[in-house]
Design a binder for this molecule. Structure first.
Ligand code: 5AD
Ligand code: SF4
Length: 440
């Protein structure tokens, strides 16, 4: 049996690397004649790209998968595939939990998807493949969602083994792409008129450490900075221990590199940082932030924080609270610790009771809301450059874009401004966004 109509729906859970992988899945399968659709009823194939980083993310996926059982019962020819980090970890066990799944594919074998799908169609039996493919210099096939800003993976995997984190297991060891391959992907973006590129990886500032040639992330940034017609460069995620002075200097001097850094600190206590296997002390982190603020005035700073890690006592939590007060982040991603299978922290003693985790979560959230609102109000009246991304999702009358410091600004403007840089006066600072007024 073949697939005459080829509607493909891809549902993405989790991080930006997953969003990018979903764009790759779209690119790879569009070569096979599949057409992306958001309407599940039009889809002959539904692929779920899953996240395993916290238990909540897993639950979200399994409940979505449960709902698809009913869809499949109504149209038995529908093919349901599961990829991403849960698939990588669970492999064939997914079939035991959900018999309506036809295909399980891993995080490191996307280019085999056409072959695997054909196998499902021919055999109508469950197919699972979570092996890792050979490193290849072939360009990625990508169907991007935005026409203004593009993600470009510069590496896959992670070698850090933070004690709470599943990523090194689900995504494998760090593999940097060659700078030739990366630059080719970025050159391709120029032809399609992209204005912003975000270099992606689990730990971008360790870029190149696994390559035979002499290259590091600061050098890569300067190469990308030389690409004409790209106006803005961003990157995520950075690890504090690999944030070198050379990189800070590159950020300060390369004109296209935006004044924003996402630098996950996780917590402010040296005891907990050590248990987390993070490889730095809170003071070293603060020194790096001090250097960044000194060299890059108006830098936007964001971070990830985990509260309730095993062994976190009141004084450890107080250290985190103090750090958040001192640094004054523009935004934070705050998480309650969630034990993950096959991580070293999963067997740590002294778990923090859920009630205390929740209280600590709430306390940091409230503190950060005050900080964010105050910082956003402080820039009322200033003039900013905004790259216009499209219509605002909340208010279709407005356009939306970001400042170089990564703040979202909504404003009234004309559709033909999408993809352009505009000057706006900030008229209102809110908690998670700004309102702007177009200046002529
Ligand atoms: N529990 C809670 N948060 C986690 N993160 C990663 N693993 C866990 C976990 N087991 C958070 C970290 C990381 C972000 C992507 O997710 O803060 O930086
Ligand atoms: Fe996970 Fe740590 Fe690697 Fe980030 S650096 S992906 S938190 S192991």
């Amino acid at each position: 049996m073949g697939l005459k109509e080829k509607g493909l729906a891809v549902m993405t859970f989790g991080c930006q690397m997953n969003e990018y992988d979903s764009e790759r899945i779209g690119g790879i399968l569009s070569q096979e004649g599949f057409q992306l659709t958001e309407n599940l009823e039009e889809a002959q194939v539904i692929l779920l790209n899953t996240c395993s980083v916290r238990e909540k993310a897993e639950q979200k996926f399994y409940s979505q998968l449960g709902r698809l059982a009913e869809v499949k019962r109504k149209s038995p020819s529908l093919i349901i595939g599961v990829g991403g980090c849960i698939a990588q970890r669970e492999g064939e066990r997914i079939f035991d939990r959900a018999s309506h799944v036809d295909l399980v594919f891993g995080t490191q074998n996307l280019s085999r998807l056409p072959v695997l799908l054909r196998k499902v169609i021919e055999t109508r039996a469950g197919v699972a493949d979570v092996t890792r493919e050979e490193k290849s210099e072939a360009p990625y096939l990508i169907q991007r969602e935005s026409h203004v800003k593009a993600w470009v993976a510069i590496m896959q995997g992670c070698n850090n083994f933070c004690s709470y984190c599943v990523v090194p297991t689900t995504r494998g060891p760090q593999r940097s792409r060659s700078n030739r391959q990366i630059m080719e992907e970025i050159e391709g973006l120029i032809r399609e008129n992209y204005k912003e590129v975000t270099l992606l990886g689990q730990n971008v500032n360790a870029y190149g450490q696994d390559l035979p040639e002499e290259i590091n992330f600061a050098v890569l940034l300067s190469l990308v900075n030389g690409v004409k017609s790209i106006e803005r460069i961003r990157f995520v995620t950075s690890h504090p221990k690999d944030l070198s002075d050379e990189l800070i200097d590159a950020m300060a001097t390369l004109p296209k590199v935006c004044e924003h850094l996402h630098l996950p600190v996780q917590c402010g206590s040296d005891k907990i940082l050590n248990l987390m296997n993070r490889g730095y002390k809170a003071e070293e982190y603060q020194e790096k932030i001090g250097r960044l603020k000194a060299l890059i005035p108006h830098i936007g700073l964001s971070t990830d924080l985990i509260v309730g890690f095993p062994g976190e006592e009141e004084e450890d939590f107080a250290a985190t609270r103090e750090l958040v007060k001192t640094i004054q982040y523009d935004s934070i991603y705050l998480f309650k610790y969630s034990p993950r299978p096959d991580t070293t922290a999963a067997v740590f003693s002294n778990p923090v009771p859920e009630k205390i985790k929740q209280e600590r979560f709430q306390e940091i959230l409230t503190l950060q809301k005050e900080i964010a609102l105050r910082k956003n109000r402080e820039i009322e009246g200033t003039v900013v450059d905004v790259l216009v991304e499209g219509r605002s999702k909340r208010d279709a009358e407005k356009l939306t874009g970001r400042t170089r410091s990564n703040k979202i600004v909504n404003f009234y403007g004309h559709q033909d401004m999408v993809g352009r840089l505009v000057k706006l006066e900030i008229v209102k600072g809110k908690l998670y966004s700004l309102e702007g007024r177009l200046l002529n």
